[in-house]
Design a protein. Structure first.
Length: 366
């Protein structure tokens, strides 16, 4: 990857000083940034013509393909296999949760945790801030962390507590976590656009967005704004996915839940944001409170079997419940059995859950 980063953006055909200045003003300073952009972004935000935007993206992607950083238009399964071999998995410090992910949170992927308040989304993110910094031999990602905090729930003292409990150097851990406090939806969109630079400058191997939807959900209220909101979220999600693949980093996002009144069987709670977030996330995990414990359910994955497992929130971040630590494999179930179990558990709640927000109900259709 370093070879491509050394190629200056001005070396691309058609990039003179004026275009370069426009690109820089928009936070695009490397070939990798350009390759991860969309034509619409370059046209709408930087005022480039359609044709220039198209050519620049095409040329930057061609260069990265030549250097073997981006996949070619047609690749053999063997090449894909080799690329996947560069993927690294990051431990969550919970054996159960790691097993659910067949080893840990993957690079080259977007992992989504959704669940109700207090289900442990932010605690998992805090724990990963520590584990991602560990060397690869210790099942970390050997890199820094970028924490995009949209709910003002990042707590350095919690990081210090986790590090201390695990006898790690608190100062080192804290100084390798870069926190972006984000207060509105357009600020979040700007940060996501600048991600390429931030990742390269700070040696980032994990990007956390906690949460992906809260700002857009709060700002785009009412049915009339739904399609604009979904379009913006779509842009964010696709950029995150491209960034995860191009930079071989892990991206973890959290999402809120909404009631799904049309559910007659199964859990009436579903992830907010409709299909746009669900489709762009590589892995989607639902978190639920289960007494003192938390249950994690693999809802969507291109390669994991359906599974669920329990974990605990502890002083050391995320851990395993006493009894299941001994039999630490996640309890795999056939989809049928799992669906039947979910249906049974929630059948008592099924008809009572009526959403009072029509707009939210139509999210899934977007
Ligand atoms: N140091 C700690 N030790 C044990 N449990 C903790 C600790 N800190 C927080 N918790 C527990 O974590 C839970 C909150 O989890 P978390 O903040 O991850 O929820 P969340 O899913 O992010 O919720 P929200 O949707 O409100 O953001 C609470 O039950 C709290 O008691
Ligand atoms: Mg939270």
């Amino acid at each position: 990857m370093s070879e491509a980063i050394e190629v200056d953006i001005s070396d691309l055909p058609g990039v003179g000083p004026a275009t370069r200045a426009k690109l820089e003003a928009g936070g695009i300073t490397t070939i990798l940034d350009l390759a991860a952009s969309t034509v619409n972004e370059l046209v709408d935000n930087l005022g480039l013509t359609d044709e220039t935007a198209h050519n620049l993206i095409f040329e930057s992607q061609r260069l990265l393909r030549e250097k073997g950083i981006l996949e070619k238009d047609l690749v053999s399964a063997q090449e894909l296999f080799d690329r996947r071999a560069q993927m690294v998995r990051c431990t969550t410090f919970s054996k159960n949760l790691d097993n659910l992910f067949l080893g840990g949170i993957e690079t080259q992927a977007v992992t989504e945790f959704y669940g109700e308040f207090g289900s442990g989304k932010t605690q998992i993110c805090h724990t990963l801030c520590i584990s991602a910094q560990l060397p690869v031999e210790e099942r970390g990602l050997a890199g820094g962390v970028l924490y995009i905090d949209t709910e003002s729930t990042f707590r350095p003292e919690r990081i210090a507590q986790i590090a201390k409990t695990r006898s790690m150097n608190t100062d080192t851990m804290l100084s390798n976590i870069h926190v972006a406090k984000v207060y509105n939806a357009s600020h979040l969109e700007l940060i996501i656009k600048a991600l390429g630079n931030l990742i390269q400058q700070n040696g980032i191997k994990l990007v956390v967005v906690d949460s992906i939807i809260s700002l857009h959900r709060a700002e785009f209220v009412g049915r009339g704004t739904l399609s604009e909101r979904q379009q913006k979220l779509n842009g964010i999600m696709h950029r995150l996915k491209r960034i995860a693949e191009i930079y071989n980093i892990a991206v973890v996002i959290t999402n809120q839940v909404q009631a799904s009144p049309d559910t007659f069987f199964g859990d009436p709670t579903k992830a907010a944001g409709g299909n746009i977030i669900g489709h762009a996330s590589t892995y989607r995990v639902y978190l639920r409170k289960a007494g003192q414990e938390r249950k994690a359910i693999m809802i969507d994955s291109p390669c994991h079997p359906y599974g669920d497992t329990n974990f605990m929130i502890t002083e050391g971040g995320i851990g395993d419940p006493e009894e299941s630590t001994k039999k630490s494999t996640a309890s795999w179930k056939s989809s049928k059995a799992a669906v039947a179990e979910k249906a049974e558990k929630s059948s008592s709640k099924k008809a009572s859950s009526k959403s009072d927000n029509e707009e939210e109900d139509s999210e899934a259709a977007e």
